[in-house]
Design a protein around this ligand. Structure first.
Ligand SMILES: Nc1ncnc2c1ncn2[C@@H]1O[C@H](COP(=O)(O)OP(=O)(O)OP(=O)(O)O)[C@@H](O)[C@H]1O
Ligand SMILES: [Mg+2]
Length: 209
């Protein structure tokens, strides 16, 4: 069983979205996948899973709320992959989840406003030796400026962290899909589908490696 987690110090950067994108990719690849939703205030993934079920979208994605890692550990037998979604705030749970994970994704925007706290969290997590080689920064909700993207990539590389080899572009269509229980490559728009497939594959490869 593998655990892939999405953590961050910032709200709204795409943690819950990319968690769903990865879960869909894993399910479509015939892996038995569970989303562990630790954001008990929002329950973004749990609500989305229920909506997906109501709308009859296959494959079904199981998403359950968890308060502690202890509870999660007790429940996860029989799954190939558990995708953990956390709150937009780094706390003790972030440290625990990171230690338990096989890969820790930190989604971030390209602005320094986003990169600064993300890299600070990455540095903090990396102090735990067993976590340092699992951290992967994901450029998320990126705009159309190549220059901003390159700058962000350079900043991350300079900080010495690994980066996902695909970016998650900001597109209104992805929001519309999430709102009906779909995610990523399930988009009916071929351009969005292609962009999502690249990210999905990159996430899935690292999650199942
Ligand atoms: N590629 C995208 N293009 C446009 N909108 C997006 C994209 N990805 C996510 N969103 C939207 O951005 C918002 C924030 O995304 P999401 O909920 O995944 O962030 P989060 O990091 O989980 O936030 P929080 O910290 O509040 O849990 C949501 O409304 C989502 O629909
Ligand atoms: Mg969220």
């Amino acid at each position: 069983m593998r655990i892939a987690s999405f953590v961050g110090q910032k709200g709204g950067v795409g943690k819950s979205t990319l968690a769903r994108v990865l879960a869909v990719a894993a399910a479509r690849a015939q892996h038995k996948v569970l989303i562990g939703d630790f954001d008990l205030e929002q329950l973004t993934c749990v609500e989305w899973g229920a909506l997906r079920m109501r709308n009859g979208i296959e494959p079904e994605i199981e998403a359950r709320a968890f308060k502690s890692l202890k509870k999660l550990r007790k429940t996860v037998e029989g799954y190939d992959l558990v995708v953990v979604d956390t709150r937009g705030l780094a706390d003790e749970l972030t440290d625990d989840v990171s230690r338990e994970s096989d890969v820790v994704f930190l989604p971030t925007g390209t602005s320094m406003d986003d990169l600064r706290p993300t890299l600070a969290l990455a540095r903090k997590l990396a102090k735990t030796r067993s976590v340092s080689n699992k951290i992967v920064i994901v450029l998320s909700k990126t705009g159309r400026s190549e220059r901003l993207l390159e700058q962000a990539e350079a900043t991350i590389a300079e900080a010495g962290f690994d980066m996902l080899n695909a970016v998650w572009p900001e597109r209104d269509g992805f929001q519309a899909d999430l709102d009906v229980g779909r995610a990523g490559s399930e988009s009916s728009n071929p351009h969005l589908k292609q962009a999502a497939q690249d990210v999905e594959q990159a996430l899935l490869t690292l999650a199942m490696a």
